[in-house]
Design a protein around this ligand. Sequence first.
Ligand code: 5RP
Length: 235
Amino acid sequence: MPSADRAKRDAGYYAADLVKNGMILGLGTGSTAYHAMVRLSVRIREEGIFVAGIPTSHQTAMRARELRIPLTTLDDHPSPDLAIDGADQVDPLLRLVKGRGAALTREKVVADAAKHLVIVADPGKLVQVLSGPVPVEVIPFAITPVMRAIRTLDGDPRVREGKAKDGPVITDNGNYILDCRFGEIPDPVRLEEQLTALPGVVECGLFCRYMEKTTLVVGEERGCRVVLGRRAQGI
Ligand code: 5RP
């Protein structure tokens, strides 16, 4: 197994082992979060723990059903105990770029609602300075003015195209994704504020507000390295 895949698996399994009986979980999207779900399903089956997950995408919901992980909603459980998710980039302050899988809006809603956020990653995701590209979810009606506004922020926005579909990717919420290149992002907090303030933007893939409640788990050669945010103890 290639080392990045092993690192993702180890990080995912580590995160699943943090889960306690009875917890309500946010279930992230992507290959690393999937490893956590695989391990969780084993724990449900073999240890008899009870958990319920809030999926952040149609893909995650489908995978959770296959793995027999019970599902619930934010309506029934508005404050999940723990969200487990991947990231595309993580900086030393635990700020993130997310959204390669176009699930960033639901991922951010769940991360915001959760008491703790566990980010699972391979070492290739760690960067000194976030540099994107930053995915931005936009309602189709607003795509042209939002692209123009992003150019005034020195960004280069491209409409994400489908791989097995002609034309734009349509998110689980029925919107478009702009992948926006800014080069290195010296002030991601400000850029997140600027992007999310644009009318028609639903969310952007910069996650700068959850550092304190984040636990970062990085799969490494000699086991997992864990970095705790200031309020991340006591999961
Ligand atoms: C999906 C995401 C993913 O969590 C992120 O892209 C990481 O994916 P992977 O674990 O497959 O590398 O933000 O929207």
